[in-house]
Design a protein. Structure first.
Length: 128
């Protein structure tokens, strides 16, 4: 195996282990405190504390977090599996659902672009 690839793989595994440990610690903390907060949220709060205190730098976990973001679809499989229950609905109304998604996405993009343009023009006019 290529040494550079091995080093990158080991780093990815180490970063994922840190993120998993924070998730598990967050879950234990929520259970011990009796708070109705998911372990993932508590883990993120711990991660934020580590970042804010300077104990951990965001770049330290960049590879692992990037991989998790790239594979995010895997974490939504339960939601995707529920679509199987509504297969007939998707077959009959799927095109309408896609049309609504496409039109709403386009509207959000257009409104955002117009807003940015107006704010930029306003800020240029009101510069000191």
């Amino acid at each position: 195996m290529n040494p550079a690839l091995l080093k990158k793989t080991l780093r990815l595994l180490a970063e994922l282990a840190v993120l998993l440990a924070l998730f598990l610690i967050g879950g234990q903390l929520a259970a011990w405190l009796g708070w109705p907060i998911p372990g993932g949220v508590m883990g993120l709060a711990l991660l934020l504390l580590l970042f804010a205190s300077g104990v951990l730098k965001p770049a330290t976990l960049q590879l692992g977090a990037g991989w998790l973001m790239a594979e995010m679809l895997l974490f939504f499989i339960p939601a995707l599996m529920s679509l199987l229950d509504y297969g007939s609905l998707l077959r009959s109304e799927g095109w309408r659902i896609l049309l609504v998604i496409a039109v709403s996405t386009l509207l959000v993009m257009v409104v955002t672009a117009i807003t940015v343009e107006l704010v930029c023009r306003w800020s240029v006019r009101h510069e000191p």
